[in-house]
Structure formats: C-alpha cells, structure tokens
Ligand binder design. Structure first.
Ligand SMILES: [Zn+2]
Ligand SMILES: [Zn+2]
Length: 344
C-alpha cells in the first residue's frame, strides 16, 4: 500500500471518529446503547407480530403485509450486524444471545448468526480477497447474469448451484495458505449447519409452495396437497417471502458495493464504494440504506447502525474526498473488480 493510500485511510478513520464523537457529545441519549438496542428489537418484534396478526384476521392486505415485514426485518438485519460486533450487552451473555435469537427468528432463512459472526469478522480482515467467504457466499465476484440474480435471495439454491465452483476456489485458496485448517473445518460446518434449524426446512417448504401454486388446478396428484397450503401459506407470507425480498435487496447491494478479486490486501479504499445509484432506491429501502452506510462501517466499525444513519452525510463526504468511489456501476459489468478487468 502506498503512502498516499495509507494517509487517506488514516484521515478517514480520524475524521469519521470525530464526527461520531461530536454527535455523541451533543446527544447524551446515545450512551444508553444497550437499552436502545433492546428497545429497537422489542419494537420491531411487536410491529412484526402486530402486522402478522392483522394479516391473519384479514385486516391487512397481503402485499402490504409482505412489504411491511420486509422493511421491518431489514432493521433486524442491522441489529444482528451490531450484535455480531458485540455492540449490545457484551457483558451479559444471556441477554446478548437472547437478542441474537430474537433477530434470527424473524429472519429464519438467513445464515445462522452465531456461524455468521465468524465469517463477518473474517470479512473485515480480508474484504475483497477471493477467500472472503461471506461475500463470495452472496455472489460477490461472480459474473452478472440472470442466474446470479435468481440465486441472490436464496442461500440454499445459491449453495446447491454454486458449490462445485466455490469448492474449487476454496481448495485453491487453502493450497495458497490463505485459508487455515480451522477455516476449512468451519466452512464444512457452515455448509452443513449454516441454514439450520430454520433455513433449510423453510426454503424447501417455499419450493413446495411454489410448485403447488404453479400446478394449482391440475388436479390429482397435486390436489391432495391443497390442504397443506392452509398451514404453509402463513409461513410463506409472514416469514419466507418478505425475507426473500429483503435478502435480494441486501445481497444485491452488498455484493455490488464491496469490490472482489483484485483488491490490494488491507487497502480499505479499494474494498468498498458508496453505492446509491437512483435505480437502486427500492433496494436500499429493503436493506436499510446499506449502500449508503456500509462503506463508512469499514473504517469505523464499532458504532451502532442508527448513529451511522444519523451522521451519514458528513461521513460520506469524508469518504468521497479521500478516494472512495461513488456509484461505480461499471464494476457490475466486471464481476465487481476494482480495476474493471475480468482478471484475478
Ligand atoms: Zn461489520
Ligand atoms: Zn463489508
């Protein structure tokens, strides 16, 4: 890394820290971080249960139910990310793990958060490298194609279709010494258990739900499954479909705002961009404006998501003045390469 880049990184870290410090000194409510986190979790859960109940009694239309749940669970994803960085109840394990379960249970088709915790810290250490498992897992670095878009929201389908290629890549990285034996053991554990206990069964039910709907009216043998719909449907409307929409948005934005494959090790300037093209607006809503704020997080990690949102304008300016790209849509055509080439 050259001196200029190192200076840019130092400047961003110092100035963004300064923005947080000044905001915190003017807003003393920010000191109650644990309670705020818990309050957000309980409020989101109450809203989700309320919307679900309103749908079950026929008060809330299905489309509004799905959209509302997708929006609320996008806040839970941010909360999970904060928990992964130990920002709430670090010294009270019971409450910490209760919150982890609380953010997982309403986003049950996502990766188990206790397993994700390891790969997310690994992502911060090795962002943009070919062995950044978390980002490769959500298609970052793949060629833009219909297939990439199709598997984006569905981790199970994505795993099944992409595993032969990812396996080859992982073995290459292991032979290069970039992945350790314990990393390899955890990769196997992630494949076997990462979507358990909820993800695999619910995703399989989703496929069944789609098939039953597609062939509805065909008659025997599918007609006998109509009864199943009565209890599958609420699970789909209240849990699976909103989370597929949310995960599509999050995985699209995340896998395109992080660069992959030709990033200089440790060069945070090349790892991320501020990604808010106008056409991505609906996606940003369903991932709580991840494209606008996640780049800031790569420089100053230990701040909760709501402070990142509240100070994002000032922090973005600092990033953009110091070499972070804005809306580099071109990288989408080059498999998320920073240098816009298709070579590793
Ligand atoms: Zn993080
Ligand atoms: Zn990241």
């Amino acid at each position: 890394m050259n001196e200029k880049t190192q200076q840019q990184i130092r400047t961003i870290i110092l100035e963004v820290r300064g923005i947080y410090e000044s905001y915190r000194s003017k807003n003393t409510w920010t000191t109650h971080q644990d309670i705020i986190g818990l309050g957000i979790l309980i409020s989101c859960q109450a809203l989700l249960i309320g919307v679900g109940y309103a749908w079950l009694i026929g008060f809330c239309p299905t489309w509004l139910t799905i959209v509302s749940i997708a929006l609320i669970t996008s806040i839970l994803h941010e909360l999970e990310h904060d928990l992964i960085h130990d920002l709430y109840f670090k010294r009270i394990p019971f409450l910490y793990h209760w919150m982890m379960l609380g953010v997982y249970i309403f986003r049950p088709i996502s990766l188990n958060p206790w397993i994700r915790k390891h790969w997310h810290h690994f992502h911060h250490q090795h962002s943009g490298m070919a062995f950044d498992i978390e980002e490769r897992g959500i298609t970052n670095g793949d060629r833009l194609s219909l297939l990439r878009l199709l598997v984006l929201p569905d981790l199970l389908l994505s795993g099944i279709i992409r595993i032969p290629r990812l396996r080859k890549e992982i073995i290459i990285e292991y032979n290069k010494g970039n992945l350790s034996k314990s990393d390899m053991r955890l990769i196997i554990r992630t494949v076997l258990l990462g979507l358990l206990p909820f993800g695999v069964p619910l995703t399989i039910l989703w496929y069944a739900f789609v098939v039953i709907h597609l062939f509805h009216g065909v008659g025997y043998p599918l007609a006998q499954f109509d009864g199943l719909l009565q209890w599958i449907e609420p699970l789909m409307i209240l849990l699976v479909i909103p989370n597929l929409i949310r995960q599509f948005a999050l995985h699209f934005v995340s896998s395109n705002m992080h660069y992959m494959g030709d990033v200089e090790a440790g060069n945070v300037i090349q790892q991320v961009q501020v990604f808010t093209p106008w056409w991505s607006a609906p996606l940003q809503w369903f991932c709580f404006f991840f494209g606008a704020t996640h780049a800031i997080h790569h420089f100053v990690v230990n701040e909760p998501f709501y402070l990142r949102q509240l100070t994002r304008k000032a922090a973005q300016e600092v990033l953009l003045e110091n070499g972070i790209r804005l809306n580099d849509v071109k990288s989408l055509r080059f498999s998320n390469r920073y240098h816009h080439t298709n070579n590793y």
